[in-house]
Design a protein around this ligand. Structure first.
Ligand code: FAQ
Length: 309
């Protein structure tokens, strides 16, 4: 009881819960679920943009894209390390991902059909990720909050590179402008879905807010993203594909239409356009990497023997 009261006080005071502190089982489970899903998203999220590395139009664009995709791998690794502080096993989490028992973000189940998608993913997908993740720098679990600080700095760079790429394309030819608009049309609604289902249908929000794992609800963050993105779209000269989108002076926010939530649940349930391909690619990479894991273990064992550990 005393331990539980201490935990409640720590959370209520806005202080951090650390790995060795007592925590309720549900808190630990919720964190492992959310952080693992986040880590899987970073790793699977390398695939859509990775698709364009070998076809980037210049050395400069290729170097930027390569660096960005590598950053996502790094984010995945920090996040898997954060789950390990909760007692999770990284190998088991990967098994759960490739057997479809753990989720990753719906957004990465859409194909990257044109080079403009690289810019639009940076602008909208990384933009949505920042909106969602900046408040997570204040999440109640210490290792997750600290990982988020560095991740958010890198995501900001990603968002800027996407916007800069789109600015360049928009000042190019009519065909380039059309390519950007077509890409925005495809990615807008899936980007709004990244924030999760509406609050009324969000099974985890209420408890996660009480534990201060989440600092905002799904709908609050979605609204923030729309408000942030509309002026950027105007500056860029693209139209967001929502006829209901307009400024509401009374609310001080933009009104906007709802994404197709049936499509969202289909994608979350494994039936999106590229779910099978994404998971299969990850499974193959994991199997192909078996020799690297074996070599690393043999190396560590050799050193331990030499040092007499
Ligand atoms: N996709 O009760 P809620 C990135 C599931 S950014 C798939 O509202 P919660 C950067 C949810 O798990 C993307 N599933 O859930 C990058 C739950 O099912 P469960 C990753 C979703 O957790 C950019 C059920 O629906 N970011 O990777 C989605 O309270 C570019 C009910 O939902 C994060 O993970 C979805 N969109 O709120 C990388 C951020 N939404 O688990 C490469 C951290 C919901 O009970 C390139 N996560 N579900 O079986 C969060 O903030 C939260 O987990 C939410 C969902 C807001 C995503």
């Amino acid at each position: 009881m005393e331990l539980e009261a201490q935990f409640e006080r720590t959370v209520a005071a806005g202080q951090r819960v650390e790995p060795r502190d007592w925590m309720p089982d549900g808190y630990r489970k919720t964190l492992i679920r959310q952080i693992a899903q986040h880590a899987h998203s970073e790793i699977i999220g390398m695939q859509p943009e990775g698709n364009w590395i070998s076809r980037a139009p210049s050395l400069r664009r290729k170097a930027i894209l390569l660096a960005k995709v590598q950053d996502e791998a790094g984010h995945g690794l920090y996040l898997y390390a954060a789950t390990e502080t909760l007692g999770a096993d990284r190998g088991e989490l990967t098994e759960k991902l490739i057997s479809g028992r753990q989720k990753y973000s719906s957004i990465f189940n859409y194909p990257t059909l044109s080079y403009a998608d690289v810019g639009v993913i940076g602008w909208l997908v990384d933009g949505a990720a920042i909106c969602n993740q900046v408040p997570l720098c204040r999440t109640s679990y210490g290792p997750y909050a600290r990982a988020m600080i560095r991740i958010c700095k890198e995501e900001s760079f990603h968002q800027r590179q996407g916007y800069e790429l789109l600015m360049t394309m928009m000042s190019g030819t009519d065909a380039q402008r059309a390519m950007v608009q077509e890409s925005v049309n495809r990615w807008w609604w899936p980007s709004l879905m990244m924030f999760g289902p509406p609050d009324a249908e969000s099974a985890n929000t209420e408890q996660s807010m009480k534990w201060r794992i989440k600092r905002n609800t799904n709908d609050e963050l979605r609204q923030k993203f729309v408000d942030m993105t509309v002026p950027q779209a105007e500056k860029l000269g693209v139209t967001l594909p929502d006829p209901e989108l307009r400024w509401n002076a009374e609310r001080g926010h933009h009104d906007f239409g709802q994404p197709d939530w049936d499509e969202f649940w289909q994608v979350v349930g494994g039936n999106g356009p590229t779910n099978a391909q994404r998971v299969e690619h990850r499974r193959k990479a994991h199997e192909d990497g078996e020799w690297v894991r074996a070599a690393a273990e043999a190396h560590a064992a050799k050193h331990a023997a030499q040092e007499g550990v």
